[in-house]
Design a protein around this ligand. Structure first.
Ligand code: NAD
Length: 423
Protein backbone atom coordinates (compact mmCIF):
# COMPACT_ATOMS: atom_id res chain seq x y z
CA UNK A 1 0.00 0.00 0.00
CA UNK A 2 1.14 3.52 -0.65
CA UNK A 3 2.23 5.67 2.26
CA UNK A 4 -0.28 8.43 2.59
CA UNK A 5 -1.49 11.11 4.96
CA UNK A 6 -5.15 10.48 5.46
CA UNK A 7 -6.10 14.10 5.82
CA UNK A 8 -8.65 15.05 3.22
CA UNK A 9 -7.51 18.64 2.95
CA UNK A 10 -4.56 20.58 4.15
CA UNK A 11 -6.05 21.76 7.40
CA UNK A 12 -8.53 19.19 8.61
CA UNK A 13 -7.99 15.78 10.15
CA UNK A 14 -9.75 12.63 9.03
CA UNK A 15 -12.00 12.98 12.09
CA UNK A 16 -12.97 16.61 11.39
CA UNK A 17 -13.68 15.75 7.75
CA UNK A 18 -15.73 12.69 8.67
CA UNK A 19 -17.82 14.76 11.12
CA UNK A 20 -18.30 17.54 8.55
CA UNK A 21 -19.45 15.05 5.92
CA UNK A 22 -21.87 13.53 8.43
CA UNK A 23 -23.36 16.96 9.19
CA UNK A 24 -23.62 17.80 5.49
CA UNK A 25 -25.56 14.59 4.77
CA UNK A 26 -27.67 14.96 7.92
CA UNK A 27 -28.75 18.43 6.77
CA UNK A 28 -30.21 16.86 3.62
CA UNK A 29 -32.24 14.22 5.47
CA UNK A 30 -34.85 14.10 8.19
CA UNK A 31 -32.71 11.79 10.33
CA UNK A 32 -33.28 12.18 14.07
CA UNK A 33 -30.77 14.70 15.49
CA UNK A 34 -29.98 12.44 18.45
CA UNK A 35 -28.88 9.70 16.06
CA UNK A 36 -26.58 12.14 14.27
CA UNK A 37 -25.14 13.21 17.63
CA UNK A 38 -24.47 9.58 18.58
CA UNK A 39 -22.75 8.98 15.23
CA UNK A 40 -20.29 11.83 15.78
CA UNK A 41 -18.60 9.76 18.49
CA UNK A 42 -16.96 6.33 18.34
CA UNK A 43 -18.53 3.69 20.60
CA UNK A 44 -15.11 2.70 21.90
CA UNK A 45 -11.46 3.60 21.53
CA UNK A 46 -8.76 1.28 22.79
CA UNK A 47 -5.18 2.48 23.24
CA UNK A 48 -2.50 -0.11 23.94
CA UNK A 49 1.25 -0.28 24.42
CA UNK A 50 2.92 -2.84 22.16
CA UNK A 51 6.39 -3.82 23.41
CA UNK A 52 8.65 -5.34 20.76
CA UNK A 53 11.95 -7.12 21.20
CA UNK A 54 14.09 -5.88 18.31
CA UNK A 55 16.44 -8.20 16.47
CA UNK A 56 19.40 -6.69 18.40
CA UNK A 57 17.82 -7.67 21.75
CA UNK A 58 16.68 -4.17 22.72
CA UNK A 59 13.02 -3.50 23.58
CA UNK A 60 10.96 -0.71 22.02
CA UNK A 61 7.39 0.17 22.92
CA UNK A 62 4.96 1.23 20.18
CA UNK A 63 1.51 2.74 20.55
CA UNK A 64 -1.48 0.93 19.08
CA UNK A 65 -5.16 1.80 18.65
CA UNK A 66 -8.47 0.24 17.75
CA UNK A 67 -11.40 2.59 17.20
CA UNK A 68 -14.88 1.10 16.97
CA UNK A 69 -17.33 3.61 15.58
CA UNK A 70 -20.75 1.99 15.30
CA UNK A 71 -22.09 -1.57 15.23
CA UNK A 72 -25.84 -1.04 14.98
CA UNK A 73 -25.98 -3.02 11.70
CA UNK A 74 -23.47 -5.75 12.63
CA UNK A 75 -19.92 -6.41 13.88
CA UNK A 76 -17.30 -3.69 13.56
CA UNK A 77 -15.13 -4.03 10.45
CA UNK A 78 -12.02 -2.20 9.31
CA UNK A 79 -8.32 -2.32 8.60
CA UNK A 80 -5.20 -2.29 10.73
CA UNK A 81 -2.49 0.03 9.49
CA UNK A 82 1.17 0.24 10.42
CA UNK A 83 2.30 3.79 9.73
CA UNK A 84 4.26 6.47 11.64
CA UNK A 85 1.36 8.94 11.29
CA UNK A 86 -1.33 6.76 12.90
CA UNK A 87 -3.19 8.71 15.61
CA UNK A 88 -6.29 8.08 17.72
CA UNK A 89 -8.22 10.76 15.83
CA UNK A 90 -7.19 9.33 12.48
CA UNK A 91 -8.44 5.88 13.54
CA UNK A 92 -11.75 7.37 14.70
CA UNK A 93 -12.24 9.31 11.44
CA UNK A 94 -11.38 6.29 9.31
CA UNK A 95 -13.66 4.07 11.44
CA UNK A 96 -16.53 6.48 10.66
CA UNK A 97 -15.82 6.15 6.93
CA UNK A 98 -15.96 2.37 7.32
CA UNK A 99 -19.40 2.69 8.93
CA UNK A 100 -20.67 4.67 5.91
CA UNK A 101 -18.92 2.37 3.41
CA UNK A 102 -20.50 -0.79 4.87
CA UNK A 103 -23.91 0.88 5.03
CA UNK A 104 -23.84 2.29 1.50
CA UNK A 105 -23.16 -1.14 0.01
CA UNK A 106 -25.56 -2.68 2.49
CA UNK A 107 -23.39 -5.26 4.21
CA UNK A 108 -24.19 -6.10 7.86
CA UNK A 109 -21.07 -4.57 9.39
CA UNK A 110 -20.25 -1.38 11.26
CA UNK A 111 -17.05 0.64 11.11
CA UNK A 112 -13.70 0.23 12.85
CA UNK A 113 -10.06 1.08 12.19
CA UNK A 114 -6.87 0.53 14.08
CA UNK A 115 -3.17 0.60 13.79
CA UNK A 116 0.26 0.85 15.30
CA UNK A 117 2.40 4.00 15.22
CA UNK A 118 5.39 2.44 13.50
CA UNK A 119 7.26 2.68 10.23
CA UNK A 120 6.92 -0.87 8.88
CA UNK A 121 9.90 -0.36 6.55
CA UNK A 122 12.07 -0.12 9.70
CA UNK A 123 11.00 -3.62 10.79
CA UNK A 124 12.54 -6.92 9.72
CA UNK A 125 9.97 -9.60 8.78
CA UNK A 126 10.62 -11.28 12.14
CA UNK A 127 10.08 -8.01 14.03
CA UNK A 128 6.86 -7.37 12.09
CA UNK A 129 5.62 -10.83 13.02
CA UNK A 130 6.42 -10.33 16.74
CA UNK A 131 4.80 -6.88 16.72
CA UNK A 132 1.66 -8.26 15.05
CA UNK A 133 1.35 -11.17 17.48
CA UNK A 134 1.75 -8.88 20.51
CA UNK A 135 -0.70 -6.32 19.08
CA UNK A 136 -3.20 -9.14 18.46
CA UNK A 137 -2.84 -10.19 22.10
CA UNK A 138 -3.26 -6.62 23.38
CA UNK A 139 -6.53 -6.10 21.48
CA UNK A 140 -7.76 -9.71 21.73
CA UNK A 141 -10.66 -8.97 24.08
CA UNK A 142 -11.82 -6.25 21.72
CA UNK A 143 -11.95 -8.25 18.46
CA UNK A 144 -13.53 -11.51 17.32
CA UNK A 145 -15.47 -12.99 14.41
CA UNK A 146 -18.81 -11.73 15.71
CA UNK A 147 -17.62 -8.50 17.33
CA UNK A 148 -14.85 -6.75 15.38
CA UNK A 149 -13.05 -8.12 12.32
CA UNK A 150 -9.77 -6.48 11.22
CA UNK A 151 -8.34 -6.54 7.67
CA UNK A 152 -5.16 -5.36 5.94
CA UNK A 153 -4.56 -1.65 5.38
CA UNK A 154 -1.51 0.56 4.79
CA UNK A 155 1.67 -1.23 5.90
CA UNK A 156 -0.08 -4.55 6.55
CA UNK A 157 -0.94 -7.39 4.18
CA UNK A 158 -2.29 -10.93 3.91
CA UNK A 159 0.73 -12.32 5.82
CA UNK A 160 0.11 -9.85 8.66
CA UNK A 161 -3.48 -11.11 8.85
CA UNK A 162 -2.21 -14.72 8.95
CA UNK A 163 0.00 -13.92 11.98
CA UNK A 164 -2.86 -12.04 13.65
CA UNK A 165 -5.28 -14.91 13.06
CA UNK A 166 -2.73 -17.45 14.34
CA UNK A 167 -2.01 -15.46 17.52
CA UNK A 168 -5.74 -15.05 18.21
CA UNK A 169 -6.50 -18.71 17.47
CA UNK A 170 -3.68 -19.95 19.77
CA UNK A 171 -5.17 -18.07 22.72
CA UNK A 172 -8.75 -19.14 21.91
CA UNK A 173 -7.75 -22.81 21.69
CA UNK A 174 -9.33 -23.25 18.27
CA UNK A 175 -8.72 -22.07 14.71
CA UNK A 176 -10.75 -18.90 14.12
CA UNK A 177 -10.31 -17.82 10.47
CA UNK A 178 -13.25 -15.39 10.76
CA UNK A 179 -11.41 -13.06 13.15
CA UNK A 180 -9.75 -11.30 10.19
CA UNK A 181 -10.32 -10.97 6.45
CA UNK A 182 -7.81 -10.44 3.67
CA UNK A 183 -6.04 -13.66 4.69
CA UNK A 184 -4.02 -15.84 2.29
CA UNK A 185 -6.34 -18.30 0.49
CA UNK A 186 -4.66 -21.33 2.01
CA UNK A 187 -6.03 -20.41 5.47
CA UNK A 188 -9.49 -19.23 4.45
CA UNK A 189 -8.94 -16.15 2.31
CA UNK A 190 -11.32 -15.52 -0.58
CA UNK A 191 -10.80 -15.46 -4.29
CA UNK A 192 -10.96 -11.95 -5.66
CA UNK A 193 -10.22 -10.06 -2.40
CA UNK A 194 -7.06 -8.39 -3.72
CA UNK A 195 -8.67 -7.32 -7.01
CA UNK A 196 -11.97 -6.26 -5.42
CA UNK A 197 -11.47 -2.52 -4.73
CA UNK A 198 -10.19 -1.95 -8.29
CA UNK A 199 -12.92 -4.14 -9.75
CA UNK A 200 -15.61 -2.20 -7.88
CA UNK A 201 -14.14 1.06 -9.21
CA UNK A 202 -14.49 -0.39 -12.74
CA UNK A 203 -18.05 -1.63 -12.12
CA UNK A 204 -19.13 1.79 -10.85
CA UNK A 205 -17.34 3.57 -13.73
CA UNK A 206 -19.27 1.40 -16.18
CA UNK A 207 -22.55 2.12 -14.37
CA UNK A 208 -21.81 5.87 -14.40
CA UNK A 209 -20.99 5.75 -18.13
CA UNK A 210 -24.34 4.05 -18.75
CA UNK A 211 -26.06 6.67 -16.60
CA UNK A 212 -24.54 9.48 -18.70
CA UNK A 213 -25.39 7.54 -21.83
CA UNK A 214 -21.82 7.22 -23.04
CA UNK A 215 -20.47 3.98 -24.41
CA UNK A 216 -17.84 2.07 -22.46
CA UNK A 217 -16.41 1.08 -25.83
CA UNK A 218 -13.66 3.62 -26.49
CA UNK A 219 -14.30 5.53 -23.22
CA UNK A 220 -11.04 7.41 -22.57
CA UNK A 221 -9.85 6.78 -19.02
CA UNK A 222 -6.83 8.12 -17.08
CA UNK A 223 -5.79 6.32 -13.89
CA UNK A 224 -3.46 7.93 -11.34
CA UNK A 225 -1.65 5.25 -9.29
CA UNK A 226 -0.96 1.78 -10.65
CA UNK A 227 -1.17 -0.26 -7.48
CA UNK A 228 -3.78 -2.67 -6.20
CA UNK A 229 -6.70 -0.32 -6.89
CA UNK A 230 -5.45 1.52 -9.99
CA UNK A 231 -4.06 -1.44 -11.94
CA UNK A 232 -7.06 -3.67 -11.28
CA UNK A 233 -9.51 -0.91 -12.21
CA UNK A 234 -7.54 -0.08 -15.38
CA UNK A 235 -7.30 -3.72 -16.48
CA UNK A 236 -11.01 -4.41 -15.91
CA UNK A 237 -12.00 -1.32 -17.88
CA UNK A 238 -9.51 -2.20 -20.64
CA UNK A 239 -10.96 -5.74 -20.82
CA UNK A 240 -14.48 -4.30 -21.04
CA UNK A 241 -13.63 -2.10 -24.06
CA UNK A 242 -12.55 1.23 -22.57
CA UNK A 243 -9.37 2.95 -23.78
CA UNK A 244 -7.08 3.46 -20.82
CA UNK A 245 -5.03 6.28 -22.33
CA UNK A 246 -2.82 7.15 -19.35
CA UNK A 247 -1.63 5.56 -16.12
CA UNK A 248 0.88 6.76 -13.56
CA UNK A 249 2.92 5.91 -10.51
CA UNK A 250 4.98 8.03 -8.16
CA UNK A 251 7.61 8.61 -10.88
CA UNK A 252 5.28 9.94 -13.58
CA UNK A 253 2.73 8.91 -16.19
CA UNK A 254 2.65 7.31 -19.63
CA UNK A 255 0.14 8.52 -22.22
CA UNK A 256 -1.09 6.91 -25.43
CA UNK A 257 -4.16 8.55 -27.01
CA UNK A 258 -4.92 5.23 -28.77
CA UNK A 259 -5.07 3.33 -25.48
CA UNK A 260 -2.39 1.45 -23.51
CA UNK A 261 -2.10 -2.32 -23.12
CA UNK A 262 -2.76 -2.28 -19.38
CA UNK A 263 -1.64 -5.89 -18.92
CA UNK A 264 1.78 -5.01 -20.35
CA UNK A 265 2.31 -2.26 -17.76
CA UNK A 266 3.49 -3.84 -14.48
CA UNK A 267 1.39 -3.04 -11.43
CA UNK A 268 3.01 -1.81 -8.21
CA UNK A 269 2.98 -5.37 -6.86
CA UNK A 270 4.40 -6.94 -10.05
CA UNK A 271 7.28 -4.44 -10.34
CA UNK A 272 7.18 -1.38 -8.07
CA UNK A 273 7.30 2.05 -9.71
CA UNK A 274 8.00 0.74 -13.23
CA UNK A 275 5.22 2.52 -15.15
CA UNK A 276 7.47 5.11 -16.79
CA UNK A 277 9.90 2.43 -18.01
CA UNK A 278 7.18 1.10 -20.37
CA UNK A 279 7.01 2.02 -24.05
CA UNK A 280 4.48 4.78 -24.78
CA UNK A 281 4.30 7.74 -27.17
CA UNK A 282 4.49 10.24 -24.33
CA UNK A 283 5.68 10.48 -20.72
CA UNK A 284 4.10 13.17 -18.53
CA UNK A 285 4.18 14.07 -14.84
CA UNK A 286 2.02 12.29 -12.30
CA UNK A 287 0.12 15.52 -11.62
CA UNK A 288 -0.36 16.33 -15.35
CA UNK A 289 -2.35 13.08 -15.71
CA UNK A 290 -5.08 14.71 -13.60
CA UNK A 291 -5.59 17.44 -16.20
CA UNK A 292 -5.62 15.29 -19.36
CA UNK A 293 -8.51 15.64 -21.79
CA UNK A 294 -10.24 12.31 -21.03
CA UNK A 295 -13.78 11.11 -20.40
CA UNK A 296 -13.08 9.64 -16.95
CA UNK A 297 -10.42 10.38 -14.37
CA UNK A 298 -9.71 7.75 -11.71
CA UNK A 299 -7.43 9.06 -8.93
CA UNK A 300 -6.27 5.79 -7.35
CA UNK A 301 -2.98 6.67 -5.64
CA UNK A 302 -3.14 8.81 -2.51
CA UNK A 303 -5.37 11.36 -0.77
CA UNK A 304 -5.65 15.11 -1.46
CA UNK A 305 -4.52 15.12 -5.09
CA UNK A 306 -7.53 17.03 -6.44
CA UNK A 307 -7.34 20.44 -4.79
CA UNK A 308 -8.57 24.01 -5.25
CA UNK A 309 -5.52 24.69 -7.45
CA UNK A 310 -6.00 21.93 -10.03
CA UNK A 311 -9.79 21.29 -9.90
CA UNK A 312 -10.51 24.17 -12.34
CA UNK A 313 -8.16 22.50 -14.88
CA UNK A 314 -9.54 18.96 -14.68
CA UNK A 315 -10.97 18.19 -18.13
CA UNK A 316 -12.55 14.79 -17.43
CA UNK A 317 -16.33 14.54 -17.84
CA UNK A 318 -16.52 12.72 -14.52
CA UNK A 319 -14.26 11.52 -11.72
CA UNK A 320 -14.41 8.13 -10.01
CA UNK A 321 -12.52 8.06 -6.70
CA UNK A 322 -10.36 4.93 -6.44
CA UNK A 323 -8.19 6.20 -3.58
CA UNK A 324 -9.60 7.18 -0.21
CA UNK A 325 -10.11 10.94 0.04
CA UNK A 326 -8.43 12.06 -3.23
CA UNK A 327 -10.65 15.16 -3.49
CA UNK A 328 -10.36 17.98 -0.94
CA UNK A 329 -13.53 19.73 0.24
CA UNK A 330 -12.51 22.85 -1.72
CA UNK A 331 -12.03 20.85 -4.92
CA UNK A 332 -15.38 19.15 -4.36
CA UNK A 333 -17.10 22.54 -4.33
CA UNK A 334 -15.34 23.57 -7.54
CA UNK A 335 -16.37 20.34 -9.26
CA UNK A 336 -19.93 20.91 -8.10
CA UNK A 337 -19.95 24.46 -9.53
CA UNK A 338 -18.36 23.28 -12.78
CA UNK A 339 -20.79 20.36 -13.11
CA UNK A 340 -18.09 17.69 -12.98
CA UNK A 341 -19.66 14.71 -11.18
CA UNK A 342 -17.52 12.86 -8.64
CA UNK A 343 -18.40 9.26 -7.74
CA UNK A 344 -17.20 9.06 -4.11
CA UNK A 345 -14.69 6.68 -2.57
CA UNK A 346 -17.15 5.24 -0.04
CA UNK A 347 -19.09 3.79 -2.96
CA UNK A 348 -16.48 3.27 -5.69
CA UNK A 349 -13.76 1.39 -3.80
CA UNK A 350 -16.13 -0.43 -1.41
CA UNK A 351 -15.53 -3.68 -3.30
CA UNK A 352 -12.70 -4.43 -0.86
CA UNK A 353 -14.95 -4.56 2.18
CA UNK A 354 -17.67 -6.30 0.14
CA UNK A 355 -15.36 -9.21 -0.64
CA UNK A 356 -14.11 -9.14 2.96
CA UNK A 357 -17.74 -9.73 3.90
CA UNK A 358 -17.90 -12.63 1.40
CA UNK A 359 -14.72 -14.06 2.98
CA UNK A 360 -16.33 -13.84 6.42
CA UNK A 361 -19.51 -15.51 5.10
CA UNK A 362 -17.41 -18.34 3.66
CA UNK A 363 -15.89 -18.84 7.10
CA UNK A 364 -19.28 -18.80 8.87
CA UNK A 365 -20.68 -21.33 6.37
CA UNK A 366 -17.50 -23.45 6.21
CA UNK A 367 -17.69 -23.14 2.45
CA UNK A 368 -15.43 -21.84 -0.31
CA UNK A 369 -16.84 -19.82 -3.20
CA UNK A 370 -15.51 -19.97 -6.76
CA UNK A 371 -13.85 -16.90 -8.27
CA UNK A 372 -16.85 -16.59 -10.63
CA UNK A 373 -19.30 -16.52 -7.73
CA UNK A 374 -17.27 -13.82 -5.94
CA UNK A 375 -17.29 -11.67 -9.11
CA UNK A 376 -21.04 -12.15 -9.60
CA UNK A 377 -21.90 -11.32 -5.99
CA UNK A 378 -19.60 -8.28 -6.07
CA UNK A 379 -21.21 -7.00 -9.24
CA UNK A 380 -24.66 -7.44 -7.75
CA UNK A 381 -23.72 -5.64 -4.48
CA UNK A 382 -22.10 -2.74 -6.32
CA UNK A 383 -24.95 -2.25 -8.77
CA UNK A 384 -27.57 -2.29 -5.98
CA UNK A 385 -25.53 0.33 -4.13
CA UNK A 386 -25.19 2.40 -7.32
CA UNK A 387 -28.98 2.24 -7.88
CA UNK A 388 -29.67 3.37 -4.30
CA UNK A 389 -27.26 6.30 -4.69
CA UNK A 390 -28.79 7.30 -8.04
CA UNK A 391 -32.25 7.25 -6.46
CA UNK A 392 -31.14 9.46 -3.55
CA UNK A 393 -29.27 11.88 -5.86
CA UNK A 394 -32.29 12.28 -8.14
CA UNK A 395 -34.80 12.55 -5.29
CA UNK A 396 -32.83 15.26 -3.47
CA UNK A 397 -30.92 16.87 -6.33
CA UNK A 398 -27.56 16.45 -4.60
CA UNK A 399 -24.08 15.32 -5.67
CA UNK A 400 -23.12 11.64 -5.81
CA UNK A 401 -21.10 12.13 -2.64
CA UNK A 402 -23.94 13.64 -0.63
CA UNK A 403 -26.31 11.02 -2.05
CA UNK A 404 -24.01 8.17 -0.94
CA UNK A 405 -23.85 9.63 2.58
CA UNK A 406 -27.63 10.02 2.64
CA UNK A 407 -28.10 6.35 1.68
CA UNK A 408 -25.65 5.25 4.38
CA UNK A 409 -26.96 7.55 7.07
CA UNK A 410 -30.60 6.67 6.41
CA UNK A 411 -29.88 2.94 6.74
CA UNK A 412 -27.92 3.42 9.97
CA UNK A 413 -30.49 5.81 11.44
CA UNK A 414 -33.35 3.44 10.61
CA UNK A 415 -31.51 0.60 12.34
CA UNK A 416 -30.87 2.79 15.40
CA UNK A 417 -34.49 3.95 15.55
CA UNK A 418 -35.71 0.37 15.23
CA UNK A 419 -33.40 -0.97 17.93
CA UNK A 420 -33.92 2.04 20.25
CA UNK A 421 -31.54 3.29 22.95
CA UNK A 422 -30.52 0.89 25.70
CA UNK A 423 -31.18 1.04 28.64
P1 NAD B 1 -0.58 0.56 -3.71
O1 NAD B 1 0.52 0.81 -2.76
O2 NAD B 1 -0.83 -0.83 -4.19
O3 NAD B 1 -0.36 1.47 -5.00
C1 NAD B 1 -0.27 2.87 -4.93
C2 NAD B 1 0.13 3.40 -6.30
O4 NAD B 1 0.12 4.83 -6.25
C3 NAD B 1 1.53 3.02 -6.75
O5 NAD B 1 1.53 2.84 -8.15
C4 NAD B 1 2.37 4.27 -6.40
O6 NAD B 1 3.51 4.42 -7.22
C5 NAD B 1 1.36 5.34 -6.70
N1 NAD B 1 1.63 6.59 -6.01
C6 NAD B 1 2.00 6.78 -4.72
N2 NAD B 1 2.12 8.08 -4.46
C7 NAD B 1 1.80 8.73 -5.60
C8 NAD B 1 1.72 10.07 -5.97
N3 NAD B 1 2.00 11.03 -5.09
N4 NAD B 1 1.35 10.37 -7.25
C9 NAD B 1 1.06 9.39 -8.13
N5 NAD B 1 1.11 8.09 -7.84
C10 NAD B 1 1.49 7.78 -6.59
O7 NAD B 1 -1.90 1.18 -3.02
P2 NAD B 1 -3.42 0.73 -3.20
O8 NAD B 1 -3.72 -0.41 -2.30
O9 NAD B 1 -3.74 0.62 -4.65
O10 NAD B 1 -4.17 1.99 -2.59
C11 NAD B 1 -4.36 3.19 -3.34
C12 NAD B 1 -5.44 4.02 -2.68
O11 NAD B 1 -6.65 3.27 -2.62
C13 NAD B 1 -5.17 4.46 -1.25
O12 NAD B 1 -5.80 5.70 -1.05
C14 NAD B 1 -5.88 3.40 -0.42
O13 NAD B 1 -6.23 3.89 0.86
C15 NAD B 1 -7.11 3.19 -1.28
N6 NAD B 1 -7.79 1.91 -1.07
C16 NAD B 1 -7.12 0.72 -1.11
C17 NAD B 1 -7.82 -0.46 -0.90
C18 NAD B 1 -7.13 -1.79 -0.94
O14 NAD B 1 -7.71 -2.77 -0.42
N7 NAD B 1 -5.97 -1.91 -1.54
C19 NAD B 1 -9.20 -0.44 -0.65
C20 NAD B 1 -9.87 0.78 -0.64
C21 NAD B 1 -9.14 1.95 -0.84
Amino acid sequence: MATQRTQTDDTSTALATARRQLERAAAETDVNEQVVERLKHPSKLLRVAVPLERDDGSVEVFEGYRAQHDDVRGPYKGGLRYHPHVTADECIGLSMWMTWKCAVIDIPFGGAKGGVVVDPTDLSPEEKERLTRRFAEEIRDFVGPTTDIPAPDMGTDAQTMAWFMDAYSMQEGETVPGVVTGKPRVIGGSYGREEAPGRSVAIVTRAAAEYYDVSLDGLRVAVQGYGSVGANAARCLDDWGADVVAVSDVNGAIHDPDGLDTWAVPSHEEEPEAVTTCDAPETISSSAILELDVDVLVPAAVGNVLTASNAPDVQADFVVEGANGPTTAAADEIFDERGVPVVPDILANAGGVAVSYFEWLQHINRHSWSAERVDEELESKMLSAWDAVVEAAEARDVTWRVAAYIVALSRIAEAKDTRGLWP
